[in-house]
Design a protein around this ligand. Sequence first.
Ligand code: ZN
Length: 375
Amino acid sequence: MRWMQSQVFTKRKALCVLFLALLGCSTGHQMVTAPIQEERQAKNVILMIGDGMGLSQISAGVYSSKRVMNIERFKIIGLQKTHSKDNLITDSSASATAMARGVKADNATFGSSLERKAPKSVLEIAEENEYATGITVTSSVTHATPAAFVTYQPYRTMHESIASDFMLVNIDYLVGGGKKYFDRRNNDDRNLVSELLSKGYQVKSYLDGDLSDLTISNGKRFVYFTADSEPISHNAGRDYFVHACDYGVRFLQNMDKDGFLFIIESSQIDWGGHSNIGPMVIDETVEFDQAIGRMLDFAQRDGETLVIVTADHETGGFSIVQEDTKGELIIGFNTKTHTATAVPVFAYGPGAELFAGFYDNTEIHEKILKALGLD
Ligand SMILES: [Zn+2]
């Protein structure tokens, strides 16, 4: 890859400065290491992905928020490179595949093929090892990031085929949009909601009421559809996400298995970036931070849970240009697509020290397995 060689010096220099800044280093040349926690194995892992949430998006949340952000509670921080197999600028399916399966994929794909061959995802490996698993997102559950942990379809646009791949895993707790890809399909006559029910799932949707008002049995797998296709933005009234994360950890813990793996995505930070709408990016990031706070509170009480917060890539070339006379941030954008800037990784709990440093996004996969003792 030519870009890797020609710009390597400038890139290394720029990213080194960023890395040292993240670790609070004031000298330019000395390598600084993050504080090392006592090495313990994690029983549970919560992987939280802010889609399109680069360092500037986080900074905008920090400077806009009236209170200290929960993300400021992390002490162990790393950086990951996000380029895909065929492009310097990744898309979400390729970067989520890297984190989920530990391999680079071409943009718009999951590193699979029509022969359905791809390395197993951390979710599949966790399931095989008797861990409870959960996914909660603010997009459809068939969207690129959650799909990468489940599907073997070749392309991200194959929503109905991706939905049918959810029948091949046994996710214990699934909350997000995309109901129509399960029960009103165009490409075949299958009703995947009926199939889930016959597999013993509890299946509910926004049509049954708010998630927080439902009576849900513990110990019985649960799916809740928050929208027919894509959920609305937080600003437009979407209000299930923080509760779904909070309820999710308790639900997964109550499954009483060897531990759990919970994948959470704040999907719409990215959509604000694509639309170049600064206030939407900030609002979605601040909502995500509330969920981060709940997960950190759980991990602090529990003592056996590793919380990882990261992004799949940066979106928009988002930058904080200045503030106006009212103290509101003025945001600049460079693009309506993603960028190649490295993204931060925050970690708390047993195994957190594995996530310090500067590494490729494919390493997230093995670091999670190592933290769980499944490597
Ligand atoms: Zn995007």
